[in-house]
Design a protein around this ligand. Structure first.
Ligand code: 13P
Ligand code: SF4
Length: 307
């Protein structure tokens, strides 16, 4: 702990010297989330903050697609990620060339893309979405294009979960989040048997039967809001492990019980490499301007939709 406290102190000083802000995803470990994050939130919140921030430098305490999104929205800023290997199984599941083929197969349909994608994929996209706004974005796109089906890629489970909540037809892809696909309906049944009064919250990247067996489904920010508002005695968060630790610090009196899965990509970000990132101004994330320009419209459309 003294070593961590010293790193936190050093990072907070470096941020002032560099005119930097740290945008930290809800899956960061508590010492990053509570100790050095200037803005903490879900993917949607981080994208909005990247667009709003006045700092010269953005340090993305999250994964690579989030840093690319920040760069797309703020081309004039220096965007750094502490470890370039922090990827995402969903972003790796599809390329820009794949999207071009899908568009050839379904001409005239709008392409809605989860933000968990590379800049190349965003460049082929009409509007982005996150798990917090996917239903709203799909319905907006169908209305705007005057069609009854939309392409929603790449998360197969998010697509199925959205399809269950709208009359708009969904054309999906086969990408999966390696963290959320591992939860099963049996996990939920085990929790119900062991803790009958517990509220069970699940992320929309989970399989449909997991969500059907849960009490609430929502993005990481929606889960935090739900627990903060209702303060249930016991909570199960069917998502990445750091979520429960982070919320526990803010909502005393709530008991958080398992199961949870670790995201190996998010866990590449540490206090030590955040410090090194600010000292050496590494690793810069750039997006070619022609790609960024095409992706920007898709991300901006999402960010500018009414809440
Ligand atoms: P949200 O924070 O948007 O819920 O996304 C979860 C996630 O898996 C991000 O990688
Ligand atoms: Fe990607 Fe899943 Fe990790 Fe999020 S939790 S970065 S969606 S692999």
């Amino acid at each position: 702990w003294p070593a961590q406290a010293a790193l936190i102190h050093e990072i907070n000083q470096l941020k002032r010297e560099r005119d930097a802000v740290i945008l930290a995803h809800n899956y960061m470990t508590p010492e990053i989330f509570h100790g050095v994050g200037d803005y903490v939130g879900d993917s949607l919140g981080l994208a909005k903050e990247a667009a709003r921030s006045k700092a010269k430098v953005i340090v993305q305490a999250g994964v690579h697609f989030m840093a690319e999104t920040s760069k797309i929205l703020s081309p004039e800023k220096t965007v750094l990620i502490p470890d370039l290997r922090a990827g995402c199984s969903l972003a790796a599941s599809i390329t820009g060339a794949d999207v071009r083929l899908i568009k050839q197969r379904y001409p005239g349909l709008p392409v809605v893309t989860y933000v968990n994608t590379t800049a190349d994929v965003k460049a082929e996209t009409d509007i982005c979405c996150t798990s917090a706004n996917a239903v709203q974005v799909v319905e907006w796109a169908a209305k705007e294009w005057g069609v009854d089906r939309v392409i929603l890629i790449p998360d197969e489970f998010l697509a199925r979960n959205v399809a269950a909540q709208t009359n708009v037809g969904i054309i999906a892809w086969k990408g999966r989040c390696e963290v959320h696909e591992r939860f099963t309906a049996d996990d939920i049944a085990d929790m119900r048997a062991a803790y009958p009064g517990a509220e069970i919250l699940a992320h929309p990247e989970c399989p449909e039967d997991v969500l059907a067996a849960s009490d609430f489904a929502g993005s990481t920010a929606a889960m935090i809001d739900h627990v903060t508002a209702r303060k249930p005695k016991q909570v199960v968060m069917i998502t990445e492990c750091s979520m429960a630790s982070n919320v526990a610090g803010d909502v005393p009196g709530v008991q958080f019980i398992g199961p949870c899965n670790l995201c190996p990509h998010m866990k590449r970000i540490t206090l030590q490499n955040i410090r090194d990132c600010l000292v050496h101004m590494q690793y810069e994330v750039t997006v070619p301007e022609d790609v960024a320009e095409r992706g920007r419209l898709a991300v901006q459309r999402m960010v500018e939709l009414p809440p």
